[in-house]
Structure formats: structure tokens, C-alpha cells
Write a protein that binds this ligand. Structure first.
Ligand SMILES: [Zn+2]
Length: 406
């Protein structure tokens, strides 16, 4: 086999062609030549690289092309798998998915994230290995790992920074540890960012501007703008739960401040307010159950919390002008009770131009948003053009070395 032709710095490589095929922007040889400006022989050689790595397959049957080289190609989501973990405060979901983010095998578990990170990571490693076995995949098929954790994460290093609910994890090198164990790239992000990304990648891919609000034990915002998750310069963007609001004045929050939205409108805060009124409510889910069963105090509380969350969202709507607000987290199970409050405040208070096309909907992926988003984060990384080109070059070098040695 001929060695790959050297390519100039800016000429599109096989990775860029894979991207065109995967997004459906160009799937025929002719379209790919037109989009990339590459010659017929260079396109043929790049396609051959992608076919031999099984990243693409010929889309037409050989009969339809009369034995000529296939004219069009399709992305092959079975070219590899990724492992993903959506870690919550008390509940976690792990999955092995194909390269479209479709679940091959998954499991969920009650895991206390406040434990020492070594214990939790050892458990994740063990379960990940079990998932690869259960999915009947060779270890070589694993291309990357994605992890979402309920903590602020420094994006560049994949390290939690001063996490309020998992203090033992401050500075813990999650990505480094998993990379050492599995020898693949590891992407770590805040749980709300992974949820936003999962919901966007699966249900709102054609909607470049979206925000995802998680209302669970805490409250967080994931921002997708121009089709990308926006993390801000340090990974702290979207911390809407600790915005100061007048209704929370003087009320202490888990973050140490007073007056935060989360201190009055989170599932944790609602459960506490119900307990003070003599009702039995320990978690967000209890609040939802009470409200759905028609308990008037709980119904009013959920609706009022929705209004407060909506008022905080007005700032996000006016600043970011999203097309859709997706509401997720345990409290989203209160459905219209919560959504009605949010809608009322957002539509009343936001600028007319910003709300003209705005939709406010419940999360479709629900409890799976975090793990699917973590998988999509890993997938987008391994299929990024430069990462694909690098991997193909490494594999080619390894083959050349083994040929030279034999
Ligand atoms: Zn706070």
C-alpha cells in the first residue's frame, strides 16, 4: 500500500472529509471534491483511509454503481464505542454507546458522590470494564471516555474546582486517572453542561442557541450558543443557582452566601419549606410527588418556585437570546406546574424580540441527558478532524514500523 501523500498545512485531511460525510454536508465524491477543492486522486486516497478504518462505508450497493467505485458514503457509527458516566449527587448512570451516542449497554446505580474520589473512581473503572464486556466489544474498540460530575470543572484539565457538594474532590485529576487506566482520551465536564450538550446533540442539533436549566437538588444552567457549549473562561459560566434574588434575601445558601435563587427555589429548598409546613418531604422527588398528588401547598410552592426561576432566566434570555429553554432535573417531573411558572415570568419580563420565537419545553432525554451528553462530548472529541488525522497518522506510522521490523 502506498504511504499517504504529504499534505500541505491547510489542505483538508481525512478528518475534514469524515466531518462532511457525518454531517451529511457532502457524501458523494463529486460533492467532496467541490467542498474541499482536493483532486480526485487525493479524495480517493482519503476516502480509502476512512474506509479501511471502518469510519465510513459505501452507501450505495455495488449493483447500483455497476461495479464502479461507490459514488456515495455514509458515516459508520459502529466504528468504535465510547464509555460515559453521568454522575449525580446521589444517583449515577453509566453507558457504553456507539459513535452516534446510541446506548449499547447501560446501568444506573445509587452512588454517594461525597465519598472519597478514589473509591468512586475505582467503582467507575470496574463498572466500565464490565460494560465493555457486556457490550461484547474488544478493548481496542474503545475510543474515548466522557464524564459529567456535579461540580465546577476546570475544562482544560478536567479537574473539579472547590466543589461544594463533593469537597474531597477539589483538584482531583479525574481525567488523568481514567486516561491511565484505559489509555484513551478522557473528557470531564460539569453535569449541567453534559446534560445541555446531550439534549442539544440528540434533540436540538439544528437549533444553535439553546439553554438547559437543571432544577434538582440544586439549580444550574447549561448554555449552548452557536452550536457549542459555552463554559466561560474558567468553566464557571451558567451558575444561575447562585444569582442573588430579592425573594431570597437573608436566606442562607449551601454556597455560604445568602440570597441565592437556589436557597428558595431548588428541590432542596422546596423540600425544606414543605417540612416547615408539617409535610413529609426529604428530596426533590418527594416535592414532585406531593405536588402531583394534588397537595395544594406543594402545588403552589412549585409554581411560585417556577416563577422565581423564570425571573432569573429573564437575564439569560435577554443576554443570550436562545431559541429554546429546556427544563430538566428531578423537579421537571412536576411538568406543567413548574413550566407554567417559568413561562409566566419569562414571557412577561423578557424583551418581545427575544421571546417571539422562544420555546420553553421539558427535557426529552430526562434522566439520561447527563450520560448521553457525556458520551456525545467524548464522540465529538474523537471525531474532530484534527484528532482523526492524528490517529490515522499514528496508526500508519505503527504499521510502517511493524513492516520495517518484519
Ligand atoms: Zn448560593
Amino acid at each position: 500500500m502506498a504511504s499517504p501523500q504529504p499534505r500541505s498545512r491547510n489542505a483538508p485531511g481525512a478528518g475534514a472529509i469524515l466531518q462532511l460525510i457525518r454531517t451529511g454536508e457532502a457524501v458523494t465524491r463529486a460533492d467532496i471534491m467541490e467542498r474541499t477543492g482536493l483532486s480526485r486522486s487525493t479524495v480517493a486516497q482519503r476516502l480509502e483511509q476512512l474506509v479501511s478504518r471502518r469510519l465510513i462505508v459505501a452507501a450505495g450497493s455495488s449493483a447500483s454503481t455497476g461495479g464502479r467505485p461507490p459514488a456515495s458514503f455514509a458515516f459508520n457509527p459502529d466504528a468504535g464505542v465510547v464509555l460515559a458516566a453521568g454522575m449525580g449527587a446521589t444517583h449515577s448512570r453509566l453507558a457504553l454507546t456507539d459513535l452516534d451516542g446510541r446506548v449499547v449497554v447501560e446501568e444506573s446505580s445509587d452512588v454517594d458522590i461525597t465519598q472519597e474520589p478514589d473509591a468512586v473512581l475505582a467503582w467507575i473503572e470496574e463498572r466500565f470494564l464490565a460494560l465493555v464486556r457486556a457490550g461484547r466489544r474488544a478493548p481496542d474498540d474503545l475510543l474515548a471516555i466522557g464524564v459529567g460530575v456535579p461540580a465546577p470543572v476546570e475544562h482544560a484539565t478536567g479537574t473539579p474546582v472547590s466543589p461544594p457538594i463533593m469537597p474531597g474532590w477539589d483538584g482531583y485529576p479525574i481525567a488523568e486517572r481514567l486516561r491511565a487506566a484505559f489509555a484513551v482520551p478522557v473528557l470531564v465536564d460539569n453535569d449541567v453542561n453534559t446534560m445541555a450538550w446531550g439534549e442539544h446533540a440528540i434533540n436540538w442539533r439544528d437549533t444553535p442557541h439553546m439553554v438547559y436549566i437543571k432544577v434538582g437538588t440544586g439549580i444550574g444552567l447549561g448554555i449552548v450558543a452557536d452550536g457549542r457549549v459555552q463554559r466561560g473562561s474558567d468553566g464557571a459560566a451558567g451558575d444561575i443557582g447562585h444569582l442573588a434574588i430579592p425573594a431570597a434575601e437573608g436566606i442562607r445558601c449551601v454556597c455560604g452566601n445568602t440570597g441565592c435563587l437556589e436557597a428558595v427555589a431548588s428541590g432542596r429548598a422546596m423540600a425544606q419549606q414543605l417540612r416547615e409546613q408539617g409535610l413529609e418531604a426529604r428530596h426533590s422527588r418527594d416535592v414532585v410527588d406531593l405536588a402531583r398528588s394534588g397537595e395544594l401547598i406543594a402545588m403552589n410552592l412549585v409554581r411560585e418556585s417556577g416563577r422565581l426561576i423564570g425571573e432569573a432566566l429573564v437575564s439569560a434570555v435577554n443576554l443570550l437570546n436562545p431559541r429554546v429553554i429546556v427544563v430538566g432535573g428531578d423537579m421537571a417531573h412536576a411538568d406543567q406546574l413548574l413550566l407554567a411558572g417559568i413561562r409566566e415570568a419569562v414571557y412577561q419580563r423578557s424583551l418581545p424580540l427575544a421571546t417571539r420565537h422562544l420555546r420553553i419545553v421539558r427535557s426529552v432525554l430526562d434522566d439520561s441527558a447527563g450520560v448521553i451528553g457525556a458520551a456525545m462530548l467524548a464522540i465529538e472529541h474523537v471525531l474532530a478532524p484534527d484528532v482523526v488525522d492524528e490517529r490515522l497518522a499514528e496508526e500508519e506510522a505503527a504499521r510502517a514500523a511493524s513492516r520495517a521490523a518484519s
